[in-house]
Design a binder for this molecule. Structure first.
Ligand code: ADP
Length: 282
């Protein structure tokens, strides 16, 4: 096909964007996607706390979070960045500065207000993600965590395809039978995409009693561990339910900062060590 006008050919534009994505992503040492078989299992909570925890261990400004969950971008709220707008300069789009120097980019920063639903058509969404990946001035990050939309459908699949040279995915699940079926789908999904699976995290696994400190079983715990054995995937750890999660979230302070001594925070730190060991060995 010949081009007889000066108009930008959409295919060329896409290829150019993909080149930018490769260049920018090439400067990031470790890229990890956080996925889940379904929504509401704590994927965003895990992403935020892993990101902040990693940043506590790395130098400031060496960890980034891309909130690519277009259906409900909740990460800015959890990190006290609600209402932020992205600024653009010569090097590209500047990420927002979150707690512990974590750099954050979210679709939420593009929405005019809280009530604006994200009802963009597929191609528009993918264009925005390509732009985020290719034009955000992340700098030389040690880690980029990408919070993918829940499930194993078209959206997470298309975004995962855009991410070059991933270190792997972390699968978040909750301890219930339904979730077991769903998490198997997530494992199959990652395998089909040829992305390494770093491991499974079981969230909402039991609850620590706020009065006596004893652990209470809420659902039937341990599903994550048995799936990981069954499917030959590593088990990274479990995070208990903590009623203070939602208040920390409402205040916009990541849980791991607000309650560093809580069992959930200690679990996050242990999981981080496992992840670091895995990706740095590769
Ligand atoms: P997802 O990203 O998978 O949709 P979220 O991270 O938004 O899930 O979590 C869903 C809801 O569950 C949020 O209101 C969050 O505060 C709550 N939640 C998640 N994990 C925990 C936990 N371990 N303890 C208490 N509340 C939790």
């Amino acid at each position: 096909m010949t081009q007889d006008t000066d108009e930008i050919n959409p295919f060329e534009q896409r290829n150019k964007q993909m080149e930018h994505v490769k260049q920018r992503m090439g400067k990031i040492k470790h890229k990890i996607a956080i996925i889940s078989g379904k929504g509401g299992v704590g994927k965003s909570l895990v992403t935020v706390n892993l990101g902040v925890g990693l940043s506590m261990k790395e130098d400031d400004g060496k960890v980034g979070i891309l909130d690519a969950d277009l259906t409900g971008p909740t990460i800015p709220k959890m990190m006290g960045l609600k209402g932020k707008k992205l600024e653009v300069g010569p090097p590209g789009i500047f990420p927002a500065d979150g707690p512990e120097g974590v750099k954050v980019v979210s679709m939420d920063f593009l929405l005019p207000n809280d009530e604006a639903p994200v009802i963009w058509r597929g191609p528009l969404k993918m264009g925005a993600i390509r732009q985020f990946l290719g034009e955000v001035a992340w700098g030389d990050l040690e880690f980029l965590l990408v919070d993918l939309p829940p499930g194993t459908g078209d959206e997470p699949l298309s975004i995962l395809q855009l991410l070059p040279e991933m270190d792997g995915v972390v699968i978040v699940t909750i301890p219930s039978e339904v979730s077991e079926v769903v998490v198997r789908k997530a494992v199959t999904f990652a395998r089909k995409m040829n992305v390494p699976i770093l491991g499974i995290i079981e969230n909402m696994s039991g609850m620590v009693c706020p009065h006596c400190g004893e652990e209470i079983e809420v659902f039937s715990e341990g599903g994550g561990m048995s799936i990981s054995e069954d499917m030959d995937v590593d088990f990274l750890g479990s995070i208990p339910i903590d009623p203070r999660v939602s208040s920390a979230s409402d205040e916009g302070v990541p849980f791991i900062i607000k309650y560093p001594e809580a069992p959930a925070s200690k679990s996050f730190m242990k999981i981080i060590e496992k992840i670091e060991e895995k990706v740095k060995k590769e």
